[in-house]
Design a protein around this ligand. Sequence first.
Ligand SMILES: [Zn+2]
Ligand SMILES: [Zn+2]
Length: 683
Amino acid sequence: MSCAERSDVPEEKLKSVLDVLDERPIVDSALLQLLQWAAGYYHHPIGEVVASALPTALRTGASTQASEECWRITSAGEQACARGEPSRAPKQRQLLQELRTGPRATHELRERLGESWRAAARPLSVRGWIESALVSARDVPDIPSAPQPGPPLNDEQQAAADAIQSGLGRFGAFVLQGVTGSGKTEVYLRAAQRALAEGRTALVLVPEIGLTPQLVGRFRERLAAPMAVLHSGLTEREQLVAWREAFSGRARVVLGTRSAVFAPVSNLGIIIVDEEHDASYKQHDGGFRYSARDLAVMRARGADVPIVLGSATPAIETLHNLESGRYSRLRLTRRATRAAPPRLSLIDLRAHAQSGGLSTPAVQAMAEHLAAGAQVLVFLNRRGYAPTLLCTACGWIAPCAECDARLTVHLAARALRCHHCGADAPLPRRCPQCGFAVKPVGQGTERVEETLTRIFPGVPVVRLDRDVIRRPGELERAMHRIASGEGRIVIGTQMVTKGHDFPNVTLVVVLNADQGLFSADFRAPERLAQTIVQVAGRSGRGERPGEVLVQTEFPEHPLLTGLLAEGYEGFARTALAERRAAAWPPFSRLAAVRGSARTAEAALAFLTEARALAEGAHGVHLLGPVPAAMAKRAGRHHAQLLIESRERGGLHRFLEAWLPRVQSLPSARRVRWALDVDPIELF
Ligand SMILES: [Zn+2]
Ligand SMILES: [Zn+2]
């Protein structure tokens, strides 16, 4: 981590340096500072934090350079090998024989012969039997010749691009708040272009690459600069190649998902975070739980460059930062296509007949839009055929043996699956308890697809969810069927709310808005409002205005009426006021300690002891421990303890003193537990 003149470790315990692997640090000082800050803020060991910033191949010894040392046998070596030499050094002989079959890169030799191959190589090289050379590990593809010109900007886009441009060269956080279809990407592109023109690089974060192929394509075409794309769908080798492109400075644009916030970008000029409200920026399992969006702001601050946070529905935290003047707002209020904003209305499910989850007014509206030659989008955030399998005779409901959850019916796969632990069982025909016939209850996307095919015979339906879209290629094929107009009705989960343009969709039906209205998690309403606005944004992006129908059993709910009357900003104002009154973030700071064990008692006992250690602590409130809302998951019982403080400093001073004591509790070794600072999901 650093160099020192002296050490407190006794001299006989200090180890010697064997080899210097890299000529320059693989983590530069600016990035190292960010990682150290993150280790402190998230109270996580620095070693694991650094490890999470590096691709796997690098952590296991791959070279940072694309060119690799490559060994081959000389003709003298060939002759010696033919004579059976060296006869008394088996490792050397093995190496010689290996090279006789062809040249080998160092990493291949390490894989085949183990770490000791280098010791064997030295005497052979001294005798002139083998030799090495640096070779390029891969050919560098040609850069596209000229950047494609973009469309002219409207005055709002121009004002936003100008503001960001004049902010280059110093830290500043810009919130690019633009309704869906208002052309945020054009503003990103101009800002990135500007930074590139000044000889700097751009770092672009997106929520999920698989769902934003269009964005990646546009950056590639329009900037025509070497680009490295980093995401978790890459193989280890691909990750390494992309990382090297960034590290070597060859890539001028680095675009990636969450962990790309740690990409080794030097000479940084700007950071762009697209869909900054997206929950996937928060790592909320595994050891090191961080927010890539928040770290991106820290990184921009450290590098003294501007950051652009783009969203149609900014997170409540981000809006609070705007209110308090820490961030500046750039607005895009008009859709680039001049389409009118979609009209939102509610359908009271208590007042209308339903068939397969679709109310009569929704079906009528669909028929009208289809008759007018348009496409229709149906949103339901629940995949599978039905969420419940029920026996109507005895009331048995198919449960997951490992979780406090019901199994979801997947009819096409003839399976019952748990969406929480992945359990998979064949679909029973009869009730295991009484032998009566069982029936699926409720709606999933698979069933809604069946219903739509029945109500609108002959109208092609395209379904988008994780059961049908498992590989990136499948998503592109489905998108093509929608874009070409072959698919007339689109039914999908959260997947349809992200990034795609459906210009011919004029009607969006949200089948069930009610899941987010009543939740223990104070963030649930925010997520629901964001989802409704994002999915609504899919409609009417072409010339025709869009219509959005939200089915609900609670049409008087203030969240829904507020959203209807004033849109996301009206909702956000109410939400901020509620958070302020209840002292939830951003008006307080939270950390959660989550524990899980084979028994509920063990998980709770640990958290109770941890809480007892905090007795008398100043400036913090401890809430809990309580079992998680879904206490049993994948065979383990989960519970959590919340720590709340009015201010950040107080929370961190407390955690610093308290965590080491929690770690040394004997019960801490009997449970799996982790700290989550700024948790975004509470349960
Ligand atoms: Zn039964
Ligand atoms: Zn389960």
